[in-house]
Design a protein around this ligand. Sequence first.
Ligand code: BGC
Ligand code: ZN
Length: 367
Amino acid sequence: MKAIAVVPGKKNSVHLAELPKPSVSDVPNGRGVLVRVLRVGVDGTDREINDAVYGAPPPGSDFLVLGHEGFGRVEAVGPRVTELAPGDYAVATVRRPGMSLYDLIGTQDMTTDDTYLERGINLLHGFLTEHYVDDADHIVKVPKGAAGVGVLLEPLTVVEKAIAQGYEIQRRLRVWRPRRAAVVGTGTIGLLATLVLRLRGLDVVAFGKQPTPHKNAELVQALGARYVTTGEFTVAHGARQFGPFDLIIEGSGFSPLVFDAMQGLAKNGVLVLTSVTGGDRKIEVPADKLNLDFVLGNRVMVGSVNAGREYFETGVRDMAHAESAYPGWLANLLTHPVIGLERYDELFAKLANPNGAIKIYCEVAPL
Ligand code: BGC
Ligand code: ZN
């Protein structure tokens, strides 16, 4: 079967590879699930892997099959699988357990291992292929009604985890009733964060790079949230005008905005960082002021990466909630399909030059 792969460490090496078709018995404990891949989203991580700044192949392989935002349909299950059946729509989680205590209790998204195992990213092949097999423990069922937007589940889980971490940390306050939130960045992650925060009933201001009118701004407004342009408003300025913000989710991919966001946080507020910034950018910051405000205001800043199974399950529920609260909104994010694995060139050209794209994805097979 065909697969889109790279040679990690070699710039721009994306190519079509050939792999043997897997089978349920590849998972030895009877818990194997064979999935026919339907759609796979791509993001900045895939771009960085093809730019050779990230990613490693599985041991013994000189290439890595890309794709960690998978969506597919179950074709066969092993004898000990009860929670999935052929015909079900499904999405697999990305990270697999390593060695740390967190991995042993099934929370590998919190691993303390230095090297981690992630399908399509590090040491494990991904989903940009025709079929994959995995243990049922790592596969989550998607209801039929959400199949059309199922390819958005993995990025949604990154947001679900970030927001859940914010709430979890705030249990330190005994009482926390967040009213106002900010989202920094209005790409896929920022838009999905705006959605989830609106579903939780918060007043949201989203900070995006593009001046209005702009599609992403319209999507923010369709959720009843406010869109502001970072060129006109810093987060700190936005906080004086509409804030301060009890919860801020940073997902712009541009690290200087983290230090801006720190200055928009309310007392007792929490700022959650999600951008994976592989570069080595440096900026000057008002260190004394930032530190003083964090200390005197009991503020928190926390990083959040990846997502465990529980966030996939919350994500599925929020997809259904979103469809009833904002019908059709999620589907608007699926702006740039590329049909067929053979068109990997076009897929990566779009990713290099997104030009208004929100979610670029490969349609491996029709739904
Ligand atoms: C993926 C996460 C992953 C992270 C770091 C992101 O693009 O969505 O699942 O943990 O990259 O590799
Ligand atoms: Zn990703």
